[in-house]
Design a protein around this ligand. Structure first.
Ligand code: IMP
Ligand code: MG
Length: 170
């Protein structure tokens, strides 16, 4: 086990506290928590439950193109944002930020549809693999550059329901 269920819960609490602190004082009107499917479903649900104030939840699903197209930084939009985010303040909720390609493309997408502001919250962050250069606003736990499963993260769609996080055993 890399991260116990208890440690995951503590990390989510810390992220929620920081988001709540940043959103106090009426700065944001009905912000949107935009949960990326499928991986951030578990983290996003728990985080959302701990947010204070008038939040709306939405979902988006993107997937990477084949490896030979990686240099374009493009991802395919499988499910466009389920909430109209034009003029809204958005927090993108990710399970893990690895190279940063996904996050970068989500920022481009949300900019295109006219989001007023976009912040990023991720449960896990791999600083050693990150190449996007965009600061990540809320990081639950930094991890080393290993493939992990559990708490929403999968290997070939398996392992998402585990309550702790494990390094994939090869
Ligand atoms: P990025 O675009 O390289 O930052 O990758 C982000 C996406 O790749 C995540 O949303 C995950 O779907 C997937 N991913 C990256 N690292 C892992 C991992 O360790 N376990 C499971 N999925 C991962
Ligand atoms: Mg994912």
């Amino acid at each position: 086990m890399l991260i116990s269920g208890g440690q995951v819960q503590q990390a989510i609490q810390r992220v929620a506290q920081r988001v709540n602190a940043d959103c106090r004082g009426g700065k944001f009107q009905r912000p949107v928590a935009l949960i990326t499917l499928n991986g951030a479903l578990v983290f996003g649900g728990e985080l959302f439950r701990q947010l204070e104030g008038d939040w709306e939840v939405g979902f988006v699903k993107v997937s990477s193109y084949a490896a030979d197209m990686q240099s374009t930084g493009d991802v395919q939009v499988d499910v466009p944002p389920t909430v109209d985010v034009a003029g809204r303040d958005v927090i993108v909720v990710e399970d893990v930020v690895d190279s940063g390609k996904t996050v970068k493309s989500l920022l481009t997408l949300l900019d295109k549809v006219g989001a007023r502001s976009v912040r990023i919250a991720t449960l896990l962050f791999k600083p050693g693999a990150y190449k996007a250069g965009i600061p990540i606003d809320y990081v639950g736990l930094p991890i080393c550059d290993e493939f992990v499963v559990g708490y929403g993260l999968d290997y070939d769609q398996a392992g998402r329901n585990l309550s702790a996080i494990y390094v994939l055993d090869e």
